[in-house]
Design a protein around this ligand. Structure first.
Ligand code: MN
Length: 420
């Protein structure tokens, strides 16, 4: 299904007409507003809405806002009709409303290299899971040995913790190395200083569109209906701060510094052709989580590190299909207590590692707890992240003659403030 916008039809283009992701952009000093992407162009959805070419079915200007929340809250019928309308005005043989209006094209299609991308949605709450079994096995093996690697609960429950919405940032945001309490295993007392074991975590983020009701659990199938789309997510992690603080309530400041997401939310509808089967289960799940439907996705995921002023080296390449629990299962579990989910809730999948070392999604694993520094292909080595390092996540699905990309999820580590 080609588009009349040629750049969308080029091999390897992240944004063909089959993708149509959603984001928020601005150009120059303009107000941020909602957009989609086609080829090398951003599509100004607010301008299309104003011109009467696009109607999400809400009250007022749904897309003229600096977040996707109003659109996401309208629910699956609105998402489907907007996607169908955009597809129709962008495909080669579709509705000419945009294609044949020079004025509207000039107003609506903005070269991607001229725009600033912003946080695509206002994060209501952020929860991070631990749903790739290989990652849990690797980390457990480091601390407890391979026999006791998986926690007792692992095969029964999607483990997670409540994270911080306030420090979720969009790709391109730089941040300072965190300060925190550190205690070496042989030290008598903790000290306060810059994290020495700063890491990244390769994850997918599921974005909740429609809310659930206080006190009412939802089924896995209902949960899947609530999900608007997916982003790439980097859960920056201070391993040394975590090691000292996490007993007995789990990660706190170790995960609070920053969480980076890609600027594009790829709609669930665009990922439908890439559904992957549920993994083999060693133990049956309780009925409220049991779900034979293929709710994972086959998405190739890649991590790369660029030291300051040097060339980028790829670290690993894995796939989202390795998740032991789908986002729909995580979401159903999240509501099992009666906890209501809101428009803009963000669920981190957990670090996605595959069976082979080349598929591991953190430096903790790639350097085996810092004991075996990881050699960078373009020179140098890393146990953990250094100041000036830029870590980039990429993700894509290969369709039949097209490619659905997530764009990039990148962040740069700056030196810590002076510890006081
Ligand atoms: Mn994580």
């Amino acid at each position: 299904m080609p588009s009349w916008i040629d750049s969308a039809n080029e091999a390897g283009c992240d944004f063909p007409v089959q993708n149509l992701p959603f984001g928020v952009f601005s150009e120059g000093s303009e107000q941020p507003r909602c957009c989609s992407a086609i080829g090398n162009r951003v599509i100004d959805l607010a301008a299309l809405e104003e011109a009467g070419v696009l109607d999400a079915g809400g009250d007022g200007a749904v897309f003229g806002q600096p977040s996707l929340n109003a659109f996401m809250a309208l629910g699956p019928k609105s998402w489907a009709s907007v996607r169908a309308r955009l597809t129709s005005v962008l495909r080669k043989d579709g509705d000419p409303a945009l294609r044949e209006s020079v004025a509207l094209k000039g107003k609506t299609l903005v070269p991607m290299d001229q725009v600033q991308m912003h946080m695509p949605f206002q994060v209501a709450d952020y929860t991070d899971f631990y749903s790739a079994k290989q990652h849990a096995f690797n980390v457990g093996t480091m601390f407890r040995g391979p026999e006791n690697a998986l926690p007792l609960n692992y095969l029964h429950i999607p483990i997670g913790y409540n994270g911080r919405a306030s420090s979720v940032v969009v790709s391109g945001t730089e941040f300072r190395r965190p300060l925190g309490q550190l205690k070496a295993p042989d030290a008598d007392a903790p000290r306060f200083g810059p994290c020495e074991r700063l890491d990244f975590e390769l994850e997918m983020g599921a974005v909740v569109g429609t809310p659930s009701t206080f006190g009412e659990p939802v089924s896995v199938a209902e949960a899947d209906e609530m999900i608007f789309g997916y982003v790439l997510l980097n859960d920056w992690s201070a391993r040394d701060i975590q090691a000292w603080e996490y007993v007995p309530l789990g990660p706190f400041q170790a995960k609070a510094t920053a969480t980076t997401i890609s600027p594009w939310v790829v709609a669930k509808a665009a990922l439908e052709p890439f559904r992957a089967p549920a993994p083999e289960r060693e133990k049956p799940l309780l009925p409220y989580l049991d779900d034979p439907a293929p709710r994972n996705y086959s998405i190739t995921l890649e991590t790369a590190l660029q030291p300051e002023g040097q060339a980028e080296s790829r670290l690993s390449q894995t796939n989202a299909k390795y998740l032991y629990y789908s986002a729909a299962q995580q979401l159903a579990h999240h509501t099992s207590s009666g906890c209501p989910m809101r428009t803009g809730d963000l669920l981190g999948s957990g670090t996605i590692s595959g069976p082979d070392k080349a598929q591991w999604g953190s430096l903790l694993e790639l350097s085996w707890g810092g004991k075996e520094p990881f050699a960078l292909a373009k020179g140098g080595e890393r146990s953990f992240l250094e100041d000036g390092d830029t870590l980039t996540l990429r993700g894509w699905c290969e369709g039949d003659g097209y490619h659905i990309g997530f764009g990039e999820c990148a962040g740069k580590v700056l030196a810590a403030l002076n510890a006081k």
